[in-house]
Design a protein around this ligand. Structure first.
Ligand code: ZN
Length: 397
């Protein structure tokens, strides 16, 4: 079944061949979807016929957001910790253990329901691709079930057994567990392997050992790097060809040039700095050096409990001095790069039919109207979420 979305006032394609600049802007555009794929993109007067149609009413349309960093399989609530932090307590990452205890105690069904609710929440806000990490189980059994549940919700699943060292283990003994039985148990459900390489978590050698074991098991690395201090995370990520180094808040000049000379995306997570009242990463320094930048939510119950890519985009513009165009690109095409995908974060023939219609004439409103729910319709795999498409009015000829 084919679907025509027409009367698009401003279409962001992220296909530089389609139009203006890196966003590939087309005015007065249309998109034709066939099944779960984009079949055609262009000026509305040239659009081919389709079985059904949606009239966008001159609104802006963007590729669905690609949220390449989220922790959605967990139980419990850390609102009180957030309140204490807003009252002056520092963020140390130690609260992860609170969530681990709640997650281990939860049933499969409640973990599944809670993660699915967050995926739905993200989808309604325009996110059509989402990565989900484990990391609140920290036992062979609990990491495996976290990833089994994550895999029911997305193909972008990440093994983060190396989130923190759980109680009862020495760091070395835990690294051995992660590289051995835990990795073997999660491999059927995981695509990526990740390590929280930072102060209070895992050092460079431990991160290297875990990521290398993951690569041997067929997973591709990504790294929580340089969030709290300027440690070895970025260097390890680049050295091992990681798809992404995430956070990148505290970087040396060597880190920046290593990223610039690599295929590793710098994924910035401003929701974490917002929620921990910390200094934001220097996006301009990265962009000036030619680093590919992505934006993601880091949705998790401790340090960034938001599923809103629009919110992160607005923070990136206001607090990190990214232009609205850079921020939108980073939240869509940048996220796709961070997941090494070329079928999402872009609207061109052959790409996945994942897009969002805004209640706004331009994508600029995403940062200009922060906190406003501007996403009125989301197509995921070609299926509209809200209004069913209507058959075209045959009397139009
Ligand atoms: Zn994270």
């Amino acid at each position: 079944m084919s679907l025509l979305i027409t009367n698009i006032g401003e279409l962001v394609t992220n296909d530089p061949a389609a139009g203006d600049g890196p966003l590939g802007l087309i005015r007065d555009a249309a998109v034709v979807v066939d099944g779960d794929r984009v079949a055609w993109v262009g000026a509305k007067q040239s659009a081919p016929d389709a079985d059904e149609r949606i009239d966008a009413g001159n609104a802006a349309v963007i590729p669905g957001f690609v949220d390449s960093h989220a922790h959605l399989v967990f139980a419990g609530d850390r609102a009180a910790e957030f309140a204490a932090r807003m009252n002056g307590e520092p963020y140390t990452g130690g609260g992860i253990r609170t969530t681990v205890a709640a997650t281990r105690a939860a049933s499969d069904e409640s973990l599944r329901t809670s993660a699915a609710r967050l995926v739905g929440e993200a989808r309604r806000q325009g996110t059509t691709t989402i990565e989900i990490k484990s990391g609140y189980g920290l036992s062979v059994e609990d990491e495996a079930r976290s990833l089994r549940i994550a895999r029911e919700l997305t193909e972008e699943t990440t093994f983060l057994g190396a989130h923190v060292v759980p109680a009862g283990y020495s760091p070395d003994a835990y690294v051995d567990l992660v590289c051995g039985p835990m990795l073997a148990a999660v491999t059927p459900y995981a695509k990526w392997v990740d390590v929280f390489c930072d102060r209070g978590a895992f050092d460079g050698d431990q991160a290297r050992a875990i990521l290398t074991a993951g690569v041997k098991a067929g997973l591709t690395p990504r790294v929580h790097a340089n969030q709290l201090v300027a440690g070895p995370g970025v260097q390890v990520a680049v050295e091992l060809g990681a798809a992404s180094a995430d956070h990148c808040t505290h970087l040396s000049d060597t880190d920046v040039s290593a990223l610039a000379g690599s295929d590793t995306v710098a994924t910035l997570l401003p929701g974490a700095e917002f929620s921990t009242r910390s200094p934001y990463p220097d996006a301009r320094r990265l962009l000036a050096a030619g680093v590919t930048v992505a934006l993601a939510t880091d949705c998790n119950p401790g340090s960034s409990y938001t599923s809103s890519m629009s919110f992160c985009l607005a923070l990136a513009v206001r607090e990190m001095r990214m232009t609205p165009a850079e921020a939108l690109w980073a939240a869509t095409a940048g996220g796709a790069r961070a997941l090494r995908r070329d079928d999402v974060g872009v609207l061109r023939a052959g790409a996945r039919a994942d897009l969002a219609i805004l209640d706004a004439p331009s994508y600029l409103h995403l940062a200009y109207r922060p906190g406003v729910p501007l996403i009125t319709e989301v197509l995921h795999n070609g299926v509209p979420s809200n209004h069913p498409a209507t058959a075209p009015d045959r009397t139009e000829g």
